[in-house]
Design a protein around this ligand. Structure first.
Ligand SMILES: Cc1cc2nc3c(=O)[nH]c(=O)nc-3n(C[C@H](O)[C@H](O)[C@H](O)COP(=O)(O)O)c2cc1C
Length: 278
């Protein structure tokens, strides 16, 4: 296919590749229908587009074997994680459509998020943008949906720029939204331009409205930045933990260091296990 244009992206992308990831197992469900509408319009905004379904990938749960940090090896689980990661790495822009299951996205997205440590060294460290189309049946039963999906984007190296909600329970109900095509175009426009849409009181880094309270202070639990309430509205400051420098430091000086710390403590752990008959 001939490229529509060859743009230079901030992180060095010459071509814009949109990946749409569907996080629902339901065939012809709301997330699938929204993603099919979005991929049809994708070439208006991006050089290339691909639509993939998480349900087509076999993902096993991480069993904490620590091979990816202790042995510097690839993840030994025999599943589709690496082929899926290749598709994600191809993308300069990632758009996720996912339903809400018990206030948050379905478990398979968490299975993928749990492979963050194995994914990290393979990730291209360039600026990339992400967006979310959240399918929600009842807005007051979805408080972790957008925060989780934004966390997912950040963990895979995509800065969230746009979050939109689509309301529907039965398959196809989301199509009845009067603003359906306008919202799909908004997702694609903001994503392609890297234009952030920050809701009132939401974190300007991860876009999420969740607050965490500890010892008299509020934080954004995703970005770990302080939050003050001014006239009752959350105001965020500081630097989010998801910038590349902080992530690299976290990976090198915390995650990889667990290997040495564990090795140094192994004798003591074995002794303790004998004492406790474990
Ligand atoms: C197990 C299960 C749990 C659900 N929990 C929620 C929920 O907590 N909040 C909500 O808004 N919708 C919930 N729903 C409704 C789905 O989000 C809704 O049906 C959605 O349209 C499904 O999207 P899909 O067709 O793309 O799979 C749940 C549905 C199922 C099957």
């Amino acid at each position: 296919m001939e490229l529509r244009s060859a743009r230079i992206w901030p992180g060095g992308w010459r071509v814009s590749n949109l990946l749409i990831l569907v996080g629902s197992e339901r065939k012809k469900g709301n997330s699938e229908l929204l993603s099919r509408l979005a991929i049809r319009r994708a070439l208006t905004y991006f050089d290339r587009g691909e639509l993939i379904f998480l349900r087509d990938f076999n993902l096993l749960p991480c069993n904490g074997c620590m091979a990816c940090i202790v042995g510097d090896k690839a993840c030994p689980l025999s599943d589709d994680f690496y082929p899926l990661l290749d598709r994600i790495e191809w993308a300069s822009h990632l758009l996720i459509f996912a339903p809400t299951y018990v206030l948050m996205p379905p478990a398979k997205l968490k299975l993928l998020l749990d492979r963050y440590i194995a994914a990290y060294p393979k990730r291209r460290k360039v600026k990339r943008f992400g967006g979310v189309g959240a399918v929600i049946a009842l807005p007051e039963y979805a408080q972790f949906q957008l925060p989780f999906l934004n966390l997912f984007l950040l963990a895979f190296g995509f800065e969230p720029v746009i979050n939109l909600e689509f309301i529907g329970a039965g398959p196809g109900e989301v199509l009845l939204d009067d603003q359906l095509l306008t919202k799909i175009d908004k997702l694609l426009t903001n994503l392609s331009k890297g234009e952030k849409e920050i809701g009132e009181g939401c974190c300007p880094f991860c876009l999420s409205p969740l607050l965490y309270y500890e010892k008299g202070k509020f934080f954004c639990p995703i970005c770990n930045v302080p939050v003050e309430l001014r006239d009752g509205i959350p105001v965020y400051s500081g630097s989010p933990r998801w910038n590349e420098a902080t992530q690299e430091d976290h990976y090198q000086n915390w995650i990889l260091k667990t290997r040495d710390r564990f090795r140094a403590r192994l004798r003591a752990i074995l002794k303790k296990k004998r004492e406790l008959s474990l």
